[in-house]
Design a protein around this ligand. Structure first.
Ligand SMILES: Cc1ncc(COP(=O)(O)O)c(C=O)c1O
Length: 512
């Protein structure tokens, strides 16, 4: 393929960088436990939590950070979380049982999402706070508490359909939560069931990257809290859900260049950049670009805790223009957050073994077949485009794909290989999975690697802990789902154990 390689290098902070420059460990693990293999880094979760807490500190706010458990099934991550002061947001009976079993006490658990009667019962039985989606669910919980003589249930009312007054900002449609314009009958139901339900506050979760939409929702929540107080209710918290985002890429320039050239490829101005000319939502209609790019904004300098900081600093347009954080503080409301993806930033890697490297006619991109299915590396499913890191089987012979500079998030560098003919030039590849299905592509993007890989090498996909590890994994075709291993550093060395063997006492000295 002509032209310069279009890299999308992953952002690697020091732990992941160190891990990915430990080829012997990575190959030993995949030799023993198979490919694909998921690695989780529990200590990184504790660091990410500290960053969220620091933002609370900056704005003098109290409240809880709840990890959205759905983003990763790992026991190690949950048990590491239990060793901090954070909480967990559970969205199924199984997740609630898992959280209780990991040592999270009910005061540190909140139950969200669609609920079956068993999930509701266990949440109410253990006094976990329940985020109620609808008036129907509220009535169901009230009946359950009465019938089984359960403790008075702590509840949040999840709201949706917020509208900014004056300016035309509408928050996006959601199947969850009660429309804010229907909050009056909901509050009426809370009052009627006050003997069995204790209103803790209101909540929202918006599946958007837009801080403006989220600010509109938070303002809407503040107005409903005022309405509660005027009715004599005593709410004390607002839960703003998750969606703080992750910055996946090291280099914004690479992202700009890739998206520009993708557009040109769709318009036919340059050769295709994807398998089968896929346009990621863009299409060429008689020379005019149509559609919308359906990709995650993979380079996001303001993500995670920084995004929370920005949201809290946002002026509340309909409430005097003061920052949202100031309004929360003034009313002494607790601020609860439920980050999933953002709290798991840099917390995991998925390793896949290269099974086959096939040349194509006319110098087309190589076909690489990996010992993994597309479901095992679900970055593409989430619209995240990011290069894998090549971990050679024999780093001494063919040059390492990545060095480990002391700097945290420096751009990965490519070391020239020592070997003569083993492929030290960049190559374009298409990454296929191991399922007997035309569509089993790990990514439809033409990926550029710093050098030609060989069977037996590993491709390491960084930053997969949030939704891209086990959320979509299946055992289709009797192929194994990836096993999971927890890794941590002790006296400068990487140690590991199976995910379900990890407890905060496992590392020498225990997790801090
Ligand atoms: C209620 C709720 N809270 C939190 C989250 C976590 O979102 P994210 O992983 O984008 O932070 C989700 C995700 O679906 C959710 O539904």
């Amino acid at each position: 393929m002509g032209g310069q390689p279009l890299y999308l290098e992953p952002r690697l902070e020091s732990r992941l960088r160190s891990l990915l420059t430990s080829p012997e460990l990575l190959h030993t693990l995949t030799d023993a436990l198979g490919s694909p293999l998921n690695l989780v880094v529990p200590d990184q979760l504790a660091d990410n939590l500290r960053q969220f807490r620091a933002v609370y500190g900056t704005h003098h706010l109290s409240g809880q950070v709840f990890l959205a458990h759905k983003a990763n099934r790992s026991s190690a991550l949950l048990r590491r979380l239990a060793a901090t002061d954070a909480g967990v947001d559970v969205a199924s009976l199984g997740e609630l049982q898992h959280a209780l079993g990991a040592g999270l006490t009910p005061d540190r658990i909140t139950a969200t999402g669609p609920k079956n009667p068993e999930f509701l019962w266990l949440a109410a039985r253990t006094s976990v706070t329940v985020s109620l989606d609808t008036r129907g669910e509220l009535e169901q919980l009230a009946r359950l508490v009465r019938r089984h003589a359960l403790p008075r249930a702590r509840v949040l009312l999840r709201l949706s359909g917020f509208e900014a007054s004056g300016v035309r900002v509408l928050t996006r449609q959601s199947r969850f939560g009660t429309a804010v314009r229907e909050s009056a009958p909901l509050l009426g139901a809370v009052e009627r069931h006050a003997d069995v339900l204790d209103l803790v506050g209101v909540a929202y979760h918006l599946d958007t990257t837009s801080p403006t939409e989220k600010a509109v929702a938070l303002e809407g929540c503040l107005r409903v809290l005022e309405e509660c107080r005027s009715r004599g209710l005593r709410p004390r918290a607002v839960d703003i859900g998750g969606g703080f985002g992750v910055n996946y890429l090291a280099d914004g320039g690479q992202w700009e260049r890739y998206t520009t050239e993708l557009t040109e490829a769709v318009l036919g101005i340059r050769p295709p950049l994807t398998y089968g000319g896929h346009g990621y939502g863009l299409r060429n209609e008689a020379g005019t670009l149509r559609g919308t790019l359906g990709l995650y904004p993979a380079h996001r300098p303001v993500a995670g805790a920084r995004y929370l900081d920005e949201l809290l600093s946002h002026p509340a347009a309909s409430l005097g223009g003061r920052p949202l954080a100031a309004l929360l503080l003034e009313h002494l409301y607790d601020l609860h957050t439920e980050p999933g993806r953002a709290l798991l930033d840099q917390c995991g890697v998925t390793l896949t073994k290269v099974l086959e490297v096939r040349d194509q006619e006319a110098d087309g991109p190589l076909h690489l077949r990996l010992a993994a299915k597309a479901d095992d590396v679900a970055l593409e499913e989430h619209g995240v485009l990011m290069d894998p890191v090549v971990v050679p089987r024999d780093p001494a012979g063919r040059g390492a794909a990545l060095t480990d500079p002391a700097g945290g998030d420096a751009v990965p560098r490519v070391l020239p290989g020592a070997g003569g003919d083993a492929g030290t030039e960049p190559v374009a590849v298409h990454l296929f999975g191991s399922r007997c299905l035309e569509s089993d592509l790990i990514t439809r993007r033409t990926v550029f690697l710093p050098r030609r890989p060989a069977p037996g090498d590993l491709l390491a996909f960084a930053n997969t802990a949030g939704y891209c590890m086990d959320f979509h994994a299946t055992r289709a075709q009797h192929q194994p789902a990836a096993r999971k291993v927890a890794v941590w550093q002790e006296s400068g060395r990487w140690r590991w154990c199976l995910d379900d063997q990890y407890w905060p006492t496992t590392p020498v000295g225990g997790a801090q």
